[in-house]
Design a protein around this ligand. Sequence first.
Ligand SMILES: O=c1[nH]cnc2c1ncn2[C@@H]1O[C@H](CO)[C@@H](O)[C@H]1O
Ligand SMILES: [Zn+2]
Length: 369
Amino acid sequence: MSHPLTLDDIRRAPKVLLHDHLDGGLRPETVVELAEAVGYTGLPARHPAELGTWFRDAADSGALERYLETFSHTVAVMQTREALERVAAECAEDLAADGVVYAEVRYAPELHLEQGLSLDEVVEAVLEGFRIGQERAAAQGRPIIVGTLLTAMRHAARSLEIAELAVRYRDVGVVGFDIAGAEAGYPPTRHLDAFEYMSRENAHFTIHAGEAFGLPSIWEALQWCGADRLGHGVRIVDDIEHLRAEGGGSEVRMGRLANYVRDQRVPLEMCPSSNVQTGAAPSIAEHPIGMLRELRFRVTVNTDNRLQSGTSLSEEFFKLSTAFGYGWDDLEWFTVNAMKSAFLPFDERLSLINGRIKPGFAQLKWATQ
Ligand SMILES: O=c1[nH]cnc2c1ncn2[C@@H]1O[C@H](CO)[C@@H](O)[C@H]1O
Ligand SMILES: [Zn+2]
């Protein structure tokens, strides 16, 4: 590579995003406007710039539980059909403007029922918003495909219902299921019936695991629940031991779970900035993604919550590129990993890889050499 990648270079690359929360990606100005429209008076700041800073600072808490408290404000303004539609449309447009060509965006329908919407109405509003956003993005010459993942909250008891909802809407834009929320004390097996239902329906799911809790959570997610992918999964490094090799180099010894994850090519949805904010990683430079990429785990790069982290997928790649010296080949590798791991039919994944990702990177490599 002839020069370090700039943020602008990276924005032009065709990217794939598998882990992004709808209620963690609102534009600060939209939060302010929606709060005014629905009469929500609980916002901690009135001006969009201040509010954006507030979200970042509050999320910089060092603990997942406190990080999650910030969602009370976004969820509060996402309780009507209009609000959900707007937020989803803007999400699709913002991702497309950042150069994302395929995204899976998740949210928990059960959190949007406070003003009388039904679960089905919530899903329909969000799907309509994504349809509008995709149409606008295409009109601006930035086509994007957005799939939806329905999330159940792990402390609650509605996961089977949400899994059924995901299956009901699977032919019209919902591509999978997930559980999220506080991890410690809420193991994935609490929701085994929902995951077994998804498996019986030949449907896909990912599980937030190995973020705020370690190996047992990852093990349950894979070996009891049958997750297709791991949300974060960073703590898999607890099963990888560094040994000092002769001559001063280092060697690693992996436990059975880490080997299983690598052998089976289990996709890891890594979210570097979010992990630093919740204390799951000490810093970007010390993020396990560096080692896991070297060991050739099926690593993908994601945003988690663009609002709370004040980030975008391009910025996540830029930070990694700065910390680890990643160039186009690395970014393409992460992107192809993500596309291979998407909950989209095989032929559609292949067509995005061959039709958009490979030609896009080839052109950038040529233009910046
Ligand atoms: O990184 C995370 N770990 C666990 N839960 C999360 C994370 N980010 C967001 N949420 C939770 O998922 C819900 C639905 O989108 C959000 O409301 C938030 O509570
Ligand atoms: Zn998440």
